[in-house]
Design a protein around this ligand. Structure first.
Ligand code: ZN
Length: 397
């Protein structure tokens, strides 16, 4: 197989230069990481397509194939790509082009959860390129919810079929690996995605009398399966918790207070499917918005929605993320996910310290220590913290 020699050294990203000195510093570290790294070869490796990125683009080169883990490792050690991805699909001829010549055999069902899609208020303060503890905690909770509240109970996937990994920067990837998932058509994937993100929701299915004048509003009960039960239970939990919990479902403060005052009566009503215990203007819009806030926010920032696209390439678990030098760490179980701390557990380079010129750097916590805020100063920090700042383009060597 003749291959072009790809330069993983292009140095522009998002309009921000990555100094060539930084590239020269990071490249040997990437090589040494892949000479030792474990568990980055995906199952069914010979049927996968691979793609690699440079510092400019996360997937700059694709249509690669490797017969086994040793061949993949040789490539990674030699080329030191800052980003490495593989196809969620299995193909008969994974390196064939164009796409249709690959002959699709099936594909994992995947979900890409990215904290920027949560649009937390803190993101306004620190900007989209930076990430704080709040973003990381919130996206972890969202990932737990996807698995615990949707994939397992509503779709019947078992925990052993679900593998989860940190994305290496701002979120998590969830892969479902079983024959039922592999054989889903593109349309079925679209329906799964619509279901969990609540976008295809038919309100009338839950509220058969909505929009009918003079008839009481009948709705789902907490014991109902799927979305109906989740909606009823979610609202009851929020009513029990307080005005803040109701507001976080997207209610205006005055409506939240009104519902909270009448909570005993409302909860009693919902438990028997009577949703008419409080009068709310524009009911349909109101409940639709609440459902939207109970849904899972999937990443819509990359291409089209990842779950729907069967030809998508996704980061290989346990490979490095070229904007952070954190590993896209595979997480063994749901219990492990709940304990997982990315800025500690995904650290790939623990040895030594490096002195860098920090520009304007917001504070961050990594490896249990706080760094910054810095403003145009030389600082000596652990290698992982230095790499994090260098690759985020907020420091230079
Ligand atoms: Zn934040």
């Amino acid at each position: 197989m003749a291959r072009r020699k790809y330069p993983f050294r292009r140095i522009l990203t998002g309009g921000l230069l990555l100094d060539s000195k930084v590239v020269d510093f990071v490249t040997p570290l990437i090589k040494s990481y892949y000479s030792k790294a474990e568990g980055f070869a995906p199952p069914g490796i010979a049927k996968r397509e691979f793609g690699f990125g440079d510092y400019e683009k996360k997937i700059a080169f694709r249509h690669y194939a490797f017969k086994d883990e040793a061949a993949l490792r040789r490539y990674m050690v030699e080329k030191a790509p800052p980003f490495a991805s593989y196809s969620t699909a299995f193909y008969q001829y994974p390196d064939a082009r164009p796409m249709e010549n690959k002959k699709l055999l099936g594909a994992e069902l995947i979900f890409d959860l990215d904290s920027t899609d949560l649009r937390l208020p803190c993101q306004q303060e620190h900007g989209r390129d930076w990430i704080c503890d709040k973003d990381l905690d919130a996206i972890k909770a969202e990932t737990v919810r996807l698995v615990e509240d949707f994939l397992m109970p509503d779709f019947g996937f078992s925990e052993k079929d679900i593998s989860i990994n940190f994305s290496g920067n701002r979120g998590y990837h969830v892969h479902v690996n079983n024959d039922q998932a592999y054989s889903l058509s593109g349309d079925a994937r679209k329906a799964v995605s619509g279901y969990i993100s609540g976008t295809d929701m038919d309100l009338q299915a839950f509220f058969p009398t909505i929009g009918l004048k003079g008839i009481g509003l009948k709705g789902p009960k907490p014991a109902d399966s799927g979305w109906g039960g989740r909606f009823a239970k979610g609202l009851i939990t929020a009513l029990d918790t307080g005005v803040g919990a109701l507001e976080s479902l997207g209610m205006e403060p005055d409506i939240a207070r009104k519902l909270f005052r009448k909570r005993a009566e409302i909860i009693m009503g919902i438990s028997v499917g009577n949703w008419d215990k409080v009068s709310i203007p524009k009911k349909a819009e109101f409940w639709k918005a609440i459902i939207g806030n109970m849904s899972i926010k999937q990443s819509d920032s990359i291409d089209s929605n990842v779950t729907k696209d069967m030809h998508h390439l996704i980061r290989m678990p346990n490979t490095l993320h070229g904007d952070t030098a954190l590993a896209a760490k595979r997480i063994a179980s749901l219990a492990e996910l709940k304990r997982f701390e990315p800025m500690e557990d995904a650290i790939a380079f623990r040895e030594g310290t490096v002195t860098v010129s920090a520009g304007k750097v917001q504070k961050f916590v990594m490896g249990g220590a706080q760094f910054g805020p810095y403003k145009n100063e030389r600082v000596e920090v652990p290698t992982y913290a230095a790499l994090y700042m260098l690759l985020k383009r907020v420091a230079t060597l």
